[in-house]
Design a protein around this ligand. Structure first.
Ligand code: SAH
Length: 358
């Protein structure tokens, strides 16, 4: 079967074997890649239409007990100025975000144990009481079952926990303080508790092979998450990977398109890392199957301290500026902003909530 025919089969059957994925990834033909992106765009249009959901991202603490080799806020980086927003400050970001029209707040941080289960549950309860028509997404790393259950009970809706890489060997080399099995087990726990779950991975990690990327897709296919975050690996100057080459925009676009075709009902963000790697990286991602953008709502005075990688964009833009800059970019790329909660299709059918037909 030609690689072109493989793509058609992928569009129909929503899966391929590992060897077939590798054949697609290794194929240097630019027209084939264009076709891949186009098929992903068609699949996205079929499932979600031309809408792009916006999420207000609040990076509330860069304090982290883990020591991931790639990450700029790893505990071993003694050069980063650490900060932690207090619950009142986070609520102020939500207030501003709500006024700008956001109906999803993504609370992201390092693994910061000052934020106990009780503090987090209290914060989530307050957000959901003040803004009952919003969704709260957590992205705070690994916690135990009881904590995940308590935060869900407090009103959290979604949880982002990228699997980072489906290669056990690579995962273990990059995460000296964490284990591959625990990461997978946490994702399973989040899913069975009833969160809308986000997994995902980085593209172009040092030592990562096409076979590893094929495993990422097969893992996503088996997990069937509600959300999939994919971005290029970008080096950070104060980490052990500072001299490694960055992942490429092209390879990341291919993986976004493949993720759309493997898990068609997923919400897939055009990530900040894509926007950092290329001036139009997020627009290109939207045209290759992505359908979410996460503008920054963090206070300006802490933005620069939440640097996971070098040259992160939008460090100086007011939240309102981010909101309108992105709206313009999204419209110019041929899509429409949707300020609704933007739940995943699988979640809507699981809960048989009202789904507005396209
Ligand atoms: N502590 C939380 C949030 C992590 S930061 C957690 O464990 O889930 C969010 C994501 O940024 C990570 O999951 C990782 O995939 C990505 N990231 C971190 N450092 C990066 C780098 N140097 N280049 C690209 N992406 C990076």
């Amino acid at each position: 079967m030609s690689t072109e025919q493989l793509l058609d089969r992928l569009y129909e059957e929503e899966s391929l074997e590992a060897q077939e994925i590798i054949a697609v990834l290794r194929n240097p033909d630019q027209n084939l890649k264009k076709r891949l992106h186009h098929l992903a765009h068609l699949k996205r249009m079929e499932r979600y239409g031309d809408r792009v959901f916006l999420r207000g991202l609040i990076e509330f603490s860069n304090i982290c007990k883990q020591n991931c080799l790639y990450c700029g806020i790893r505990s071993g980086n003694k050069t980063v100025r650490r900060y932690r927003l207090q619950p009142e400050q986070i609520l102020e970001c939500c207030r501003e975000g709500y006024e700008l029209g956001y109906r999803t707040f993504v609370l992201q941080s390092g693994e910061d144990d000052w934020y106990t289960t009780e503090k987090l549950a209290g914060l989530i309860t307050r957000i959901k009481t003040l803004y009952p028509d919003t969704a709260v997404t957590l992205s705070i790393g690994e916690r135990d079952d009881e904590t995940y259950a308590a935060l869900l009970a407090a009103g959290a809706d979604r949880y982002l926990l990228r699997h980072e890489t489906a290669s056990r060997k690579l995962y273990e080399a990059l995460h000296p303080t964490m284990t591959f099995d625990s990461r997978r087990n946490r994702l399973k726990a989040l899913k069975s508790l009833g969160y809308q779950v986000g997994a995902g991975f980085m593209v172009g990690l040092p030592g990562q092979t096409p076979g590893d990327l094929a495993e990422d897709l097969l893992y996503l296919k088996a997990l069937e998450p509600d959300m999939i975050g994919i971005g290029p690996f970008l080096p950070h100057q104060a980490t052990p990977l500072k001299d490694e080459p960055a992942g490429t925009v092209i390879n990341t676009l291919d993986m976004i398109a493949l993720a759309r075709l493997f898990v068609p009902n997923a919400l897939i963000p055009a990530t900040t890392a894509m926007g950092t790697a290329h001036p139009n990286g997020r627009e290109l991602a939207l045209q290759a199957g992505a359908n979410v953008v996460m503008p920054n709502l963090s206070p300006l005075n802490v933005r620069a301290q939440y640097t996971l990688y070098n040259n992160k964009i939008c460090l100086g833009d007011e939240s309102a500026q981010c909101r309108f800059c992105l709206e313009q970019r999204i419209e110019a790329a041929g899509f429409h902003v949707d300020m609704g909660r933007g739940d995943s299709l699988n979640y809507l059918s699981r809960t048989s909530a009202q789904h507005v037909p396209l």
